[in-house]
Design a protein around this ligand. Sequence first.
Ligand code: NAG
Ligand code: NAG
Ligand code: NAG
Ligand code: NAG
Ligand code: NAG
Length: 349
Amino acid sequence: MLFTSVLAIAACLSGALGEVYLGFNSGATDDSKKAKKQADFEKEFKTAQKLQNSPGSFNSIRLYTNIQAETTDTPIEAFPAAVKTNTKLLLGLWCSGTTTIDNEISALTKAIDQYGTNFTNLVVGISVGSEDLYRVSESGIRNSAGVGQDAETIIDFIKDVRKALKDTSLSKTLIGHVDTWSAWANKSNSEVIDEVDFVGTNLFPYFEDDKGNDISNVTNVFEFALNSTEKAVGDKPVWITETGWPVSGPDFGEAKATMDNAKTYWDTVGCTLFGRQNVWWYVLRDSNPDNDAKFAVTKDLSTTPQFNLTCPAGSGAPASINTSAGNVIGVSLVGIAMPMLLAVAAWLA
Ligand SMILES: *[C@@H]1O[C@H](CO)[C@@H](O)[C@H](O)[C@H]1NC(C)=O
Ligand SMILES: *[C@@H]1O[C@H](CO)[C@@H](O)[C@H](O)[C@H]1NC(C)=O
Ligand SMILES: *[C@@H]1O[C@H](CO)[C@@H](O)[C@H](O)[C@H]1NC(C)=O
Ligand SMILES: *[C@@H]1O[C@H](CO)[C@@H](O)[C@H](O)[C@H]1NC(C)=O
Ligand SMILES: *[C@@H]1O[C@H](CO)[C@@H](O)[C@H](O)[C@H]1NC(C)=O
């Protein structure tokens, strides 16, 4: 009993301080719908890691597809770019508007063959689909969100991926699905929760126009949405796969898209998550020209962000990376606490 709880504390400590992913989302095209090439991805990933005053290095990237834009099943050039820049990857398979994900699976297995463990060691998870269930929901249809996919199909696709990866070096990688909090909270989709290893949730108080989403109330709206996901999901891991606030764009309910509000959202929501929960921020650079709301943290891949990324003192976020004191403390905490806990555990045993 004591032994297991000490081990649990040790696992929590290393989890909390060692393996929390901090990243950005990354589309396959740029904001003029041009396919990104390896050099574009490399530049993007380097910028993400070196943002001025960033609370930790954003060295993880979530992708939406394994397929290079404008090809049938060529592996996306983000893969070699990630290998070159030591960027961790949350992979995605695009699942809507199709009856089969064979091309997505083919691109992935080709990449495993081509890049081997240089690539697979970087993969932290695989999402089968992105917001497919939202797009077929009431609000998705009302917002003309586009073609989606039902729960049954997503479950079949997840099984396809598990089968395809069974004898590869990704056989033990966590497989999940990414969707909006409202899709996870919808009981009609509960069998998808049963099927996944992790749940990716996308949370945008900006778009919650019926929830009192003035910037002054974002903590409440965010917590309501995250809590709703967690309640539906039970004890499986919940990863925050998209969140952010636009720097420009139309009003939504009480929400206004401004640079100041993007900074406030970063401070009041982002800074309470960074380093504690897996987060892939939306977004370093925009990739969807059809979305009037623009979320980019930086312009032209400059390492100087559009707004100040320093987190407020006391927010719990790691210190800015160009003042390393916070990180040094974090590392030494693990260095001292872990061996001590393990020694106690061994002694108790
Ligand atoms: C993996 O990386 C090493 C070191 O950069 C390199 O020598 C090797 O060729 C790479 N393997 C593959 C399959 O790309
Ligand atoms: C819940 O999911 C079902 C099945 O996809 C969908 O038809 C329904 O519209 C969703 N409910 C809401 C409130 O969106
Ligand atoms: C703040 O957000 C919560 C959760 O959405 C909502 O219940 C509440 O009415 C909002 N408050 C205001 C003043 O809009
Ligand atoms: C969300 O859950 C947390 C922890 O259980 C609680 O403290 C908070 O009040 C909840 N927030 C909302 C808006 O429901
Ligand atoms: C940057 O943001 C932090 C946290 O909100 C704040 O304390 C600091 O004063 C800001 N720095 C500048 C130069 O505005």
